[in-house]
Design a protein around this ligand. Structure first.
Ligand code: GLC
Length: 449
């Protein structure tokens, strides 16, 4: 009898994100003018750069080595099944040939639309399409200067704000979203970024203009209505500040950390896609040295799937249009592992509730084929004791080479163990080879009865 996975409780409301939850693994791409500065995608704010000064990156955006087919292949070889690209980030620069502004890639020295060939390349590799769109726009003349704006410290910010009309910005922003959804249909994933509605408490930050921005500043209700109308199939993230609205979002988006368990909303388990970087910055950062290892990244992917989540792993391509060698190294390391182990990721989810993995192990489970995957982070000495699985395993093998793993103990070990300790009746023991397989994370595939 298959184990029933009772926690798959998505109601119909969440069907839009279902495919992304089965895919489990996608690529995030942060690319824009900040890639030329090469020191964080927030460089304009971090260094309080005015739009005039920031223009130098616009004048030098010339990605002569840009070949999105290579990007798409690198992602697909890493086992990624969907992509999400920054059509516009907070600096307001547009990667597509929009009718709404001149601040776009076609007016840079590169002179071409960069989004269209990217979408085509990823689609031709079979990845689902995602668009990241920044609600924030530091370039637009009507975007009211707030606490995260590069001009937040400007001595004349109030005078500057007097001329700004957020309503006009809203119109522009909705128009851009309409254009993206129409031109790049069908969109599978839409990632709005982000809302920060809370008032700041610092005394210098108490004037009205210093509040953050949220639902009303984006007119989120109508924005979402527009999305549902043009792209009813698109899964929308949760950063529009309309958490409580029925169908106001399709998945949660924790970023840069690992949730401890399956994310819940009002007591119900919900779809979630975590996003994280190889290092700290999302945009290309030349001098950053806090890069994660291949093994760390693979473990994060496994940990996420084991709690019912999916991963958007970010690459920040260089100003010349390439994935740099550190990114390629991580992607190919992940790909090497995924080639042999993707079965424990794609289509998998958390193990049924009552199953606790052994120490230093993480379970994922494929409910369709009723197989349980044991990811072993620290290789034990000979035995792996699995609680609650006695009489439930039909066959066991190492996933990377399908070599059989013996179920049960030899008589000698049976005697040895029982003279020292008591194993529960419901526990079954696997006998492992002494040598740890030479893969980033060894996995045992259990065919359950
Ligand atoms: C944050 C950052 C942004 C990044 C995003 C990814 O909201 O502002 O730079 O694009 O996270 O989730």
């Amino acid at each position: 009898m298959p184990l029933t996975n009772k926690q798959e409780v998505y109601t119909n409301e969440f069907t839009r994100s279902q495919k992304l939850m089965e895919d489990r693994f996608g690529i995030f791409i942060h690319w824009g003018l900040y890639s030329v500065a090469a020191r964080h995608e927030w460089v304009q704010k971090l260094e309080n750069i005015s739009n005039d000064e920031y223009k130098k990156y616009f004048k030098h955006f010339d990605p002569d080595l840009y070949n999105p087919i290579l990007w798409a292949k690198a992602a697909s070889n890493a086992g990624m099944k969907f992509f999400c690209v920054t059509a516009k980030h907070h600096d307001g620069f547009c990667l597509w040939n929009t009718d709404t502004t001149d601040y776009k890639s076609t007016n840079t020295p590169w002179g071409k639309d960069v989004l269209t060939p990217m979408v085509e390349a990823f689609r031709s590799e079979g990845l689902r399409t995602g668009i990241y769109y920044s609600l924030i726009d530091w370039h637009h003349p009507d975007f009211v200067i707030d606490s995260v704006h590069p001009l937040s410290n400007h001595p004349e910010r109030n005078r500057l704000n007097a001329k700004r009309d957020q309503m006009r910005y809203i119109k522009y922003m909705h128009q851009q979203v309409r254009e993206l959804l129409t031109r790049y249909a069908p969109i599978d994933l839409l990632f709005f970024d982000y809302s920060y509605p809370k008032k700041l408490t610092a005394s210098s930050h108490t004037e009205d203009v210093w509040v953050g921005k949220g639902r009303l500043d984006w007119d989120s209700d109508n924005l979402l209505r527009l999305v549902r109308e043009i792209a009813p199939q698109a899964a929308v993230n949760d950063r529009l500040d309309i958490d409580d609205l029925q169908n106001g979002w399709d998945f949660r988006t924790p970023e840069q950390y690992e949730p401890r368990s399956w994310l819940e909303f009002k007591g119900q388990r919900v779809p979630w896609i975590t996003c994280f970087t190889f290092s700290g910055s999302w945009g290309y950062h030349r001098d950053e040295t806090t890069w994660k290892s291949v093994e760390q990244l693979i473990q994060s992917i496994i940990n996420t799937v084991s709690k019912g989540g999916s991963v958007l792993l970010n690459v920040g391509p260089t100003g010349r249009g390439e994935f740099d060698e550190r990114a390629l190294d991580r992607l190919s390391g992940i790909g090497k592992w995924m080639k042999q182990h993707s079965r424990s990721i794609h289509g998998c989810t958390a193990a049924p509730n009552n199953l606790m993995p052994p120490q230093n192990c993480v379970y994922t489970y494929n409910p369709k084929i009723n197989r349980l995957y044991v990811h072993i982070y620290s290789w034990p000495n000979i035995h792996l004791h699995l609680d609650g699985l006695s009489e439930r395993i039909e066959y066991a093998q190492l996933l990377h080479d399908s070599s059989e793993i013996k179920i049960g103990l030899t008589d000698w070990y049976k005697a040895q163990i029982s003279s020292q300790e008591k194993l529960a009746k419901s526990t079954v023991t696997l006998s492992l080879p002494i040598q740890r397989p030479n893969v980033s994370v060894p996995v045992i595939e259990l065919f359950l009865k």
